[in-house]
Ligand binder design. Structure first.
Ligand code: BES
Ligand code: MN
Ligand code: ZN
Length: 496
């Protein structure tokens, strides 16, 4: 879909579909009101007839409205005007874009960015409209022999007040960059484990590296990781015939001396649990266990597309977790890159084993901050469901910045405690620590484990087990938290 910014009159614009908002109860937005007058009360009449009353997410398609120059009007319910915040706006936009796809219109002009959104400025209204419109068009049909039927409009124009087209243009290009990053994360996440292997992720990173001179990609193989002493990461790969990889992407958009933000993404391309094998039900969803890695690739793609004046490094430990004759066994003790020893009491707690070595490795980039992103614990799904990522950090300022970025981007996280009080749950009789901390506070003890490898720098951990993908009928990767991470990076740039 091609986007453009314009300043239009809803009554005179020639297009396949004009998209306008209607509030509860039957209150027309400014643009809808203009169309109503042009069509001599057609919209008022339809609302009176009970066709739509403005509840959030309702849509009504009106064909060949008299008086107007468009082929269709799409009315979108926006809820109560007093409750129309960024979240409600996003819902209205998403529903509108779903409906416009079904309408058969070849192009459309949206007036939704002209609505008053509480605490929402034009930049964010336009950017999220672009992001959500692209998102609504994506479906994971790459591996179907016949693609899903879609009739998206080829062009979407977003109408804004004439004085604000410059801001809107910037918002549009940021929105496209963001959407491209989210889409990459979704695509990779949705690929099955037999295609998206550690080697495949490495290839994708190399491919991304070719897109820009400022991006450098390197990949360590098993031999190189053995030489470095990454005993924890390699212990997870032992049960699989697929070789593990440590992928590094260095984006140098900032000044030479600027300390980078390092993003570390869990890349378990399939998590069977290993010898501590998982139950069969829904085990297919463990192909999504590389969504942290996918979000790092997606975020870097967005950074490059936005030309961000920052240095960002992505570090992706990638492996399968399978049972096999050489697989790690409960009770095995391994030595991590940091020198600390770990007793593997459960081979299904493999994410922290690969992350701890990647986090130790990250210190060589002299980071300003390190953020790891991981589908780490089922406990996080129990605690927060699918609405917020778990956020744990050794630095409250950094945590605050990430929380704010999540709110701004509509991709929220929730702060959980990382108190020393939980650390004793990881005590082991035989090694420096165990890799599990018992039934209580599973998300926190997983983060406590990682905290033992991040003492040298400011660090935050995002547990995305609940948000990275959806199950059920809408099964598929969401692309979260690419928006949060990209917003966090944008906020560090002080752009106009
Ligand atoms: N990848 C899983 C976490 C997961 C499970 C995410 C289910 C989403 C849904 C992770 O590797 C894992 O298996 N964690 C274990 C840890 C436990 C053994 C301490 C878990 O959460 O059960
Ligand atoms: Mn696991
Ligand atoms: Zn896992």
């Amino acid at each position: 879909m091609k986007f453009s910014i314009r300043s239009e009159n809803p009554s005179t614009v020639k297009t396949g579909c004009v998209i306008v908002g209607v509030f509860e109860r039957r209150k027309l937005s400014e643009a809808a009101g203009r169309l109503d007058r042009t069509s001599r009360g057609l919209l008022t009449q339809l609302l009176k007839d009970g066709e739509l009353d403005g509840k959030p997410g309702q849509t009504l398609l009106v064909h060949f409205p008299r008086g107007a120059k468009c082929e269709r009007i799409l009315l979108v319910g926006c809820g109560k005007p007093g409750e129309f915040d960024a979240r409600a706006y996003r819902k209205a936009v998403s529903c509108a874009m779903q409906a416009v796809q079904q309408s058969g219109a070849g192009d459309a002009v949206s007036f939704l960015a002209e609505l008053d959104v509480q605490n929402g400025d034009l930049y964010h209204k336009v950017r999220s409209q672009v992001e959500l419109s692209r998102s609504a068009l994506y479906s994971p049909d790459e591996l179907k022999s016949k693609a899903d039927k879609k009739h998206p409009p080829r062009r979407l124009a977003i109408s804004v007040p004439a004085a604000e087209t410059e801001t809107a243009d910037r918002a549009m290009s940021d929105g496209e960059a963001l959407a491209a990053g989210v889409e990459l994360a979704r695509k990779l996440g949705n690929l099955p484990g037999n295609i998206c292997t550690p080697g495949y992720l490495a290839e994708q990173a190399r491919e991304l590296g070719k897109s820009d001179k400022r991006l450098k990609v390197s990949v360590l193989d098993t031999a190189a990781m053995t030489r470095l002493g990454m005993g924890a990461l390699l212990s997870v790969a032992r049960g699989s015939d697929e070789p593990a990889k440590l992928i590094t992407l260095e984006y140098r958009g900032g000044k030479t001396g600027d300390k980078p933000v390092v993003l570390v993404g869990k890349g378990v391309t399939f998590d069977s649990g290993g010898i501590s094998i998982k139950p069969a039900a829904a085990m297919d969803e463990m192909k999504f266990d590389m969504c942290g890695a996918a979000s790092v690739l997606g975020t870097i793609k967005a950074c490059v597309a936005m030309d961000l004046p920052l240095n960002v490094v992505g570090v992706i430990p990638a492996t399968e977790n399978l049972p096999g004759g050489r697989a790690s066994k409960p009770g095995d003790i391994v030595t991590s890159l940091s020198g600390q020893t770990i007793e593997i009491l459960n081979t299904d707690a493999e994410g922290r084993l690969i992350l701890c070595d990647a986090l130790t490795y990250s210190d060589r980039f002299n980071p300003d901050v390190v953020i790891d992103i991981a589908t780490l614990t089922g406990a996080c799904v129990i605690a927060l469901g699918s609405h917020a990522a778990g956020l744990l950090s050794n630095d409250d300022t950094l945590a605050g910045e990430l929380l704010d970025a999540g709110i701004t981007a509509g991709d929220r996280a929730w702060h959980m405690p990382l108190w020393e009080d939980y650390q004793p749950q990881l005590d082991s009789n035989f090694a420096d620590m165990a890799n599990i901390g018992g039934r209580e506070a599973g998300t926190i003890t997983a983060a406590c484990f990682l905290a033992r490898f991040t003492r040298k720098y400011r660090w935050a951990h995002l547990d995305i087990a609940g948000v990275a993908w959806k199950g059920g009928k809408e099964k598929g990767a969401t692309g979260r938290p690419v928006s949060l991470l990209t917003q966090f990076l944008l906020d560090r740039c002080n752009r106009p």
